[in-house]
Design a protein. Structure first.
Length: 277
C-alpha cells in the first residue's frame, strides 16, 4: 500500500475500529483518479458469504475539486452501507462531535437576509439535519435495494413575497414554495473523514445558491470563509433581484436606480409592495 492508501485506511479505522466492521480489506483500483476501495463484510453464516450480509464500502478517489469551490481536502470518499439501517449508521458517527448547529445557523442567517430585503416571506421549521437521515436507498428498476448511500434531502421550504408570483408558479392562487436541501459529501482531510454539507438555498423562484460547510470539529475556519463568501454572493444576487422588481413594478430606470442608496431602494420596494396590494 502507498501512503495515500494508508492515510485513507487510517481515516476509516478512526470511525469503524471499535465496531464489527473494524477489520476491513483494501482493494486496489485501476482508475486514474481512484485510490482504492475499503470493504468490510460481517459474514453471518460461517464459511459462506451471502447478499444479506451487512457490509460497509468506502470508495476513495483523488481530490479533483470539481464543483466544490474553495474546498481544500485530500481525497473524496463515497460510503455505501449494505443491509445496515439508519440507526446503526448513526451509531458509527455519533461520537465525532460534529457541529450540526452550523447548518441550522447558516439556513437561518440566509433566510434573515432575504427577509430583511423584503423578498422572503416565511420559512418552514428546519428538520433534523443529522447525516444518517440522508442515507437512502437509490432507485433501481426491479426489486428493493439493500444499499444506503448519501442523497440530497429537503430540510425546509421558503415562501417568497408576491413579487415573484406568476401563473406558472402558483397553485389555486397561492405561490409555490421552494425547497432548502442539503447533501452530505464525505472527504478525507488531515487523515480524518470530514462530512461536507452542500447547503442549497433558493434565492428566487428559479435560482439557487449552494454553500459548502464542514461539520467536523476542526471546520470553523473553513466555515467562516465559506459563509463570508456565500453571504457576499447572496447580497449581490438579492440586490440585483430588487433592481429587477423596481424596474418592473415602478418602471424605474437604471440611470435613476444607480443614484439610489440601498436603503432608498428598500423604501421604494415597500412602495412597490403597496402597489401590489
Amino acid at each position: 500500500m502507498n501512503q495515500d492508501q494508508i492515510t485513507c485506511l487510517e481515516s476509516y479505522l478512526k470511525i469503524f475500529k471499535n465496531t464489527v466492521f473494524g477489520q476491513p480489506s483494501f482493494y486496489e483500483a485501476s482508475g486514474y483518479n481512484s485510490i482504492g476501495s475499503i470493504r468490510s463484510i460481517q459474514q453471518l453464516t460461517k464459511n459462506k458469504a451471502d447478499e444479506s450480509d451487512p457490509a460497509v464500502f468506502m470508495d476513495l478517489g483523488k481530490n479533483i475539486n470539481g464543483p466544490y469551490k474553495n474546498t481544500d481536502y485530500d481525497f473524496n470518499c463515497l460510503f455505501q452501507f449494505y443491509n445496515i439501517n439508519k440507526k446503526m449508521i448513526a451509531s458509527f458517527f455519533e461520537n465525532n462531535n460534529y457541529n450540526y448547529n452550523i447548518v441550522n445557523e447558516a439556513i437561518n442567517v440566509i433566510y434573515k437576509v432575504g427577509k430583511a430585503y423584503g423578498l422572503f416571506d416565511s420559512m418552514e421549521k428546519i428538520t433534523d439535519v443529522k447525516l444518517h437521515n440522508f442515507f437512502k436507498a437509490p432507485y433501481q428498476a426491479y426489486g428493493k435495494s439493500n444499499k444506503l448511500c448519501s442523497t440530497e434531502g429537503k430540510v425546509s421550504e421558503v415562501n417568497f413575497t408576491d413579487f415573484f408570483k406568476t401563473a406558472k408558479n402558483t397553485s389555486n392562487g397561492k405561490m409555490k414554495s421552494r425547497r432548502v436541501t442539503i447533501y452530505y459529501k464525505f472527504v478525507v482531510k488531515d487523515g480524518e473523514v470530514h462530512p461536507f454539507v452542500l447547503l442549497t438555498f433558493p434565492v428566487s423562484i428559479n435560482h439557487k445558491q449552494t454553500i459548502t460547510l464542514d461539520i467536523h470539529p476542526s471546520g470553523k475556519e473553513f466555515n467562516d470563509v465559506q459563509m463570508k463568501e456565500g453571504l457576499k454572493e447572496l447580497d449581490e444576487t438579492l440586490k440585483e433581484r430588487i433592481d429587477i422588481i423596481l424596474r418592473k413594478e415602478l418602471k424605474l430606470k437604471n440611470k435613476f436606480l444607480d443614484t439610489l442608496a440601498f436603503e432608498d431602494k428598500l423604501n421604494y420596494l415597500k412602495v412597490a409592495e403597496m402597489s401590489k396590494i
